[in-house]
Design a protein around this ligand. Structure first.
Ligand code: AMP
Length: 223
């Protein structure tokens, strides 16, 4: 089992880059935010526990997250290669993930830190639109669909996430600074962190990440 983590604040482009990298490498995209939104939508127990936190931009408790992620690791397609987007977000989640991965005989091989200015983050989040059907990410200015409000891939309806409104965005960025940013030094001291400029366009940033994964030799039998 091999895990690559995309770390960075909301709006850094984790979801968009993950989609591109998944298509180029075959790594499975594991986006905890998407999994939670799906659970809320389906009205599951996890969804009921998570909904309030998500609305206000707070983090869902670590115990709920750990269970969600463990279940995901045990139900993959069998590739054993996962691109994590939005997890871990706390020191405790990082510890739990290291333990779960080690128990399954795997490792976290690389952590890419996506860095962008606060201005970029806010403009990306306020302009973000998502397909209700397939989850693909768009942006009203930077990555518009061919037909307004309609997904290029599947024809689904595009919507704005309720937590992509200005007031919740500010809180989510503060939560990142307070609870997630500390992971940078954790992975730096483990020698796993690589910084990626995420102010540049998504394809260029994704190519840098794929090149780095290639140099590390972790793509050998997926290509
Ligand atoms: P995202 O789609 O990654 O921006 O996540 C949306 C929301 O889901 C976050 O604001 C949190 O409320 C929740 N969430 C996603 N991932 C996590 C996580 N690793 N830990 C706690 N809460 C999370």
């Amino acid at each position: 089992m091999d895990i690559v983590v995309l770390l960075g604040p909301p709006g850094a482009g984790k979801g968009t880059l993950a989609e591109i990298i998944r298509d180029k490498t075959g790594y499975e995209h594991v986006a905890t935010g998407d999994m939670l939104r799906d659970a809320v939508h389906r009205g599951t127990e996890t969804g009921k526990k998570a909904e309030g936190y998500m609305k206000s931009g707070e983090l869902v408790p670590d115990s709920v997250m750990a269970k969600l992620v463990e279940d995901r690791l045990d139900s993959g397609s069998g590739s054993g290669r996962y691109l994590f987007d939005g997890y871990p977000r706390t020191e405790h989640q990082a510890e739990l993930l290291e333990k779960s991965v080690a128990e399954r005989g795997g490792q976290i091989s690389r952590v890419f830190l996506l860095e962008a200015s606060r201005e970029t983050l806010i403009s990306r989040l306020t302009g973000r639109r998502i397909c209700r059907k397939c989850g693909r990410n768009y942006h009203v200015v930077n990555r518009p669909p061919r037909r307004e409000g309609i997904c290029d891939e599947c024809g689904g309806e595009l919507y704005q996430r309720p937590d992509d409104k200005k007031k919740t965005i500010e809180n989510r960025l503060d939560v990142y600074d307070e609870q997630t940013k500390g992971l940078v030094s954790r992975y730096e001291s483990q020698g796993k962190l690589e910084r990626v400029n995420s102010d540049q366009d998504a394809d260029t940033a994704a190519d840098k990440i794929v090149e780095s994964m290639n140099r590390m030799g972790i793509l050998r039998d997926t290509e």
